[in-house]
Design a protein around this ligand. Structure first.
Ligand code: NAD
Ligand code: DAU
Length: 332
């Protein structure tokens, strides 16, 4: 791969992927991003000017997408509306970007015969019971719960159809919850870290027994690169690092690492339709492609993430007040 088009590359995972690719490979990178509320241009600061370009525009702009795809070797498609709570408040942009945007991209990679890797989520599988020993596998039935996860499931099915009917050279990955630097303050971990930095108490939805399967964003991205280079075309790979924890435990750990009493948090209104538990079985990725995560100690990865937010207040400060105002209006 010598030139990579990264859609959604000014968001959390995509910007970390741009940094990862430019640091670990010789490829050049173009980011296509609509610069929605979730984007942050500061996330792309410091990238080498001779190998990196930011294009402001939407994956729903067919002419722009066609032109960009025609001059790249591969596309990694991160662009999406990504937040479940927002999808409950206003699903329309999720349908437009996540479904229509993926369709437009598929038409372009089909026309120009360009390699595509589609980034998706474990949420397409719905949720597991708390006491169920099972994990999600590539054979698990799609059963999405929220408008967000339904839109991502739809996009996955479009990719599968374009592979089968038109021979598009695509792979798909479904990853679990990411954490690390440059994540928007609307998400669980950055929200609580920045609440504590602001002198307020973390906010736990409901009883907080819901389980998420945490993976460091750099491990997600090294897996994506492995699939891009060595994955079988048409295949779906699940990405996870055996990081299951309930939300209450995550908040208590953040409080402990930030020197606060571990019970200094508030219970707030639960999320409607709140998925209970996600868990990924990444055996296929590990055994077939030899991928392994580097961040196997969540406590250490979380401590480094806390340090990043402490040291980068100017990155998150502009987004914080509006994010909290929207949550407060819902009793969250
Ligand atoms: P994010 O919300 O931080 O970033 C999304 C980016 O997409 C933003 O920069 C935004 O401006 C851009 N975007 C939105 N609409 C666009 C459009 N129409 N055209 C171009 N760009 C547009 O999201 P994230 O957490 O980085 O997630 C990235 C991808 O990874 C998504 O596809 C998401 O479904 C998937 N994913 C996320 C996680 C996670 O834990 N965050 C886990 C698994 C999969
Ligand atoms: O599983 C992968 C998914 O992980 C991705 O597809 C999504 O894009 C990403 O946003 C994430 O979805 P979640 O809904 O799991 O992430 P979120 O950070 O919003 O919430 C994580 C858990 O924490 C969830 O059970 C809700 C809870 N929560 C969240 C917030 C913001 C709280 O208890 N308090 C909060 O303030």
């Amino acid at each position: 791969m010598t030139s990579i088009l990264i859609t959604g590359g000014a968001g959390f995972i995509g910007s970390n992927f741009a940094h990862w690719v430019l640091a670990n490979t010789d490829a050049t990178v173009t980011v296509l991003d609509a610069m929605t509320y979730a984007a942050n241009e500061a996330s792309l600061a410091g990238l080498p000017e001779n190998r990196f370009q930011l294009v402001r525009g939407s994956v729903c702009d067919a002419d722009l997408v066609d032109e960009l795809v025609s001059r790249h070797d591969a596309v990694v498609h991160f662009a999406a509306e990504s937040h479940n709570d927002n999808s409950l408040d206003g699903p329309a942009p999720f349908i437009q970007t996540n479904i229509v945007g993926t369709f437009i991209l598929l038409q372009a990679v089909r026309k120009h015969d360009v390699r595509l890797h589609h980034i998706s989520t474990d949420e397409v599988y719905g949720d597991l019971e708390l006491d169920d020993p099972a994990k999600f596998t590539p054979q698990t039935r799609y059963n999405p719960s929220s408008p967000y996860s339904a839109s991502k499931a739809s996009s996955d099915l479009l990719v599968r159809a374009w592979v089968r009917s038109f021979g598009v050279q695509a792979t798909i990955s479904n990853c679990s919850n990411n954490y690390g630097p440059r994540q928007h303050v609307e998400k669980l971990i950055p929200r609580q870290i920045t609440e504590i930095l602001e002198g307020r108490r973390p906010k736990l939805y409901g009883a907080g027994l819901n389980v998420r399967d945490w993976i460091h964003v750099d491990d997600h991205n090294s897996a994506v690169w492995t699939i891009l280079e060595s994955g079988r075309l048409g295949e779906t790979y699940l990405i996870g690092a055996d990081g299951e924890l309930d939300n209450k435990t995550v908040i208590e750990l953040i409080l402990e690492l930030m020197g606060q009493p571990t019970d200094a948090y508030d219970h707030v209104n639960d999320r409607p339709g709140h998925d209970l538990r996600y868990a990924i079985d990444a055996t296929m990725l590990r055994e077939e492609l030899g991928w392994q995560p580097e961040y196997t100690n969540f406590r250490d990865g979380l401590a480094a993430t806390i340090d990043w937010y402490r040291n980068n207040e100017s990155w998150w400060r502009p987004q914080k007040a509006a994010t909290e105002a929207a949550y407060a209006a819902k009793g969250q």
